[in-house]
Design a protein around this ligand. Sequence first.
Ligand code: PEP
Ligand code: CO
Length: 462
Amino acid sequence: MSALERPLEAVQHPENWAPDSWRAYPAMQQPHYPDPIALKAARSELASLPPLVTSFEILALKKQLAEAQEGKRFLLQGGDCAESFSDCESGLISNRLKVLLQMSVVLVYGLRMPVVRVGRFAGQYAKPRSADTEVKDGIELPSYRGDIVNSPEFTETARRPDPQRLIAAHSRSAMTMNFVRSLIDGGFADLHHPEYWDLGWVGHSPLAEEYHRMVRAIGDGVRFMETLSGEAVHNVRRVDFYTSHEALLLDYEEALTRQVPRHWGWFNLSTHYPWIGMRTAALDGAHAEHMRGIRNPIAVKVGPGVKSDDLLRLVDHLNPENEAGRLTLIHRMGAGKIAVELPKHLEAVRREGKRVLWVADPMHGNTESTSNGFKTRRFDNIRSELDQSFDLHAAAGTRLGGVHLELTGENVTECLGGARELTEGDLERAYRSTVDPRLNYEQSLEIALLIVRKRGVQSLPA
Ligand code: PEP
Ligand code: CO
């Protein structure tokens, strides 16, 4: 019987689970709201607002991720470390979309397989922090936990967790999603017109040259197909785009976790593809409890120091039926640690026959501080972790099915190195992130080209 035909009452959703059952478990990284009545009011308002995505889209993505597990697709997941309310702006959203589209074209062309495109946006508003409070000049205030919770300025008012921000985050996510959907439906992603995706500041970058050669080759291919068949190739006019964010703030996730008329079970309708961050991935924690009961495809970040037995227990807990497409493991070990940390997990998961999609996040294990006080990442370390990821999977007989990146379409100078060889001195010029450093357009495209050089079946056009 298909999922659609299964009557709701006949379905077993996980035992002892409800959208609020996470409340009985230790919940890390949650703010302390000073006004519980205001929080309750915001939660019930949020629960009455329309969802941001549909169960049909969620299940379609799960199917694509199942195909990625089988090596028939490659996942490209990327966007800001954290969105901010003030960045909910047309130029920033469309530039980020452009970079992701350009990268996906490179990957489709070079890997000769469809790409699953997932943005880290339309809900990436909550951030895990290393401490609950921050002290400056003897004053202690709550840490900034992302725009969904409070504001970054170091004042008491700005740092006070405000439940109305839950509603604002939902609205901004809806606006972002609406704009992305409209752009795509309107033909923004049409392969006949990849010039729509060019970014003004790129100028005469050598990478842009390489990219344009590839696009010309694709355009020739599309035109050849159209000449051959005598009709337009329609499915190159639009692409699927999905959303993801770290499901960190559980009041928000719970309010958008719902049942729907046409599918059994519960869906987190705030995003297609939520993930659990490294700091909240405890087996007996509230985040795992929330994720256990929803039917979305979900991901978990896996950092250094995790024991393979614990990882296997978490895999069973989150995907007890070993369902294809359900679970993604995103490893983020750091270039210096991956060769020691990853192989044991690959071996254990393979040995136990667990179905997971393996994805590399070469960003979060490679964060460092410069002497002039910037949080940065070296392009060479990012490249090296990615490179090693492919090699370690190949050696273990497993498959790297995607990448998870922090990037932006703006001309920022946050990560060192890359084609323009950004130096520590350059960081001052255009460092805009309030949290983690992102790849700029050129560095992002370089990563896509690198993946193709590493794994591509198609040599790049001369
Ligand atoms: C993130 O993705 O921004 C993040 C905090 O990652 P991690 O949980 O892997 O540290
Ligand atoms: Co980050």
